[in-house]
Design a protein around this ligand. Structure first.
Ligand SMILES: Nc1ncnc2c1ncn2[C@@H]1O[C@H](COP(=O)(O)OP(=O)(O)OP(=O)(O)O)[C@@H](O)[C@H]1O
Length: 256
């Protein structure tokens, strides 16, 4: 019997262009910009960075899709566009449900403790206060931030970047998302945390979500995703089974 595949994200000829103000070449660093401001000269031209160039793909429910490519190839930009955080310059993104971009959607506050951030992050994801009370301790345990001391009662600014990334992941992963996008989060943390997060990604997929994972670690991509999209200079180079795409990318990276 043919399985019905349910699309969750469709990108159709998507172009994303950043507009960088006050960045004309040869205008010098910040002090000269300040000088221009004080002298009330005309602001320099706006420069455009065409980060994603005509990307099209369809993601289906139950898929975990890896996004790979060289630095600056447009992976994070694509995720932000799918999450609705960047407007398309051309083309469209259709999504079923609200995509959650891990690490960006979670509005964590540096001056608040990890515990308070767990509560705020869960409420921001639409959980009820009772649900938050029930899962708050599990989130802290999952993140592992208390493994070397009582860090959950300290302000987030005292955390290492890895600890903060783990807490963000733990908060976002506490809820089932229609579309969950993870940017490098699995690459942070120790082996124990990586194993826990891979298991959680698998559970989230079984709960009918779609997971996108951006990582420079092909090991993580191979362990987590069966499909991979390779972006290069804003264009899809390859989209297919992870083994094939990761293999071709490794060859490309070796040849550079
Ligand atoms: N806020 C921004 N304003 C202007 N240009 C940007 C901005 N963010 C990214 N870019 C540019 O867009 C292009 C794609 O960047 P992006 O961060 O999406 O790549 P990436 O594949 O995620 O890179 P990396 O692997 O290094 O994280 C790059 O040329 C980058 O310089």
């Amino acid at each position: 019997m043919a399985e019905t595949r349910v699309p969750t994200v469709i990108a159709d000829g998507l172009h994303i262009v950043y507009r960088v103000h006050g960045s004309a070449a040869g205008r010098g660093p910040a002090p000269s910009a300040l000088g221009r401001l004080l002298r009330r000269r005309r602001s320099p031209a706006v420069r455009e960075v065409h980060a994603v160039k005509g990307v099209s793909f369809t993601a289906y429910r139950g898929e975990a899709i890896g996004l790979i490519g060289s630095n600056g190839s447009g992976k994070s930009t694509l995720l932000r566009a799918v999450a609705g955080l960047l407007p398309p310059h051309e083309g469209r993104v259709y999504t079923d449900g609200q995509p959650a971009l891990l690490g960006v959607n979670a509005a964590l506050m540096n001056d608040l403790t990890g515990e308070r951030n767990v509560v705020l992050g869960c409420l921001a994801m639409g959980m009820r206060p009772r649900e938050v009370r029930e899962c708050a301790d599990d989130i802290v345990d999952f993140s592992g931030i208390d493994e070397r001391g009582d860090f959950s009662s300290l302000p987030m600014r005292t955390y290492s970047s890895g600890m903060a990334a783990r807490l963000r992941f733990a908060i976002a992963a506490a809820k089932t998302h229609d579309v969950l996008m993870i940017d490098e989060a699995l690459a942070t943390g120790d082996a124990g945390f990586r194993r826990r997060s891979q298991e959680r990604v698998r559970e989230l997929r079984e709960q009918a979500g779609t997971v996108f994972l951006v990582s420079h670690s092909l090991g993580t991509i191979r362990e987590t995703c069966e499909r991979t999209i390779w972006l290069e200079a804003g264009v899809i180079r390859m989209d297919g089974p992870t083994d094939e795409v990761a293999g071709a990318y490794e060859e490309f990276a070796r040849g550079r």
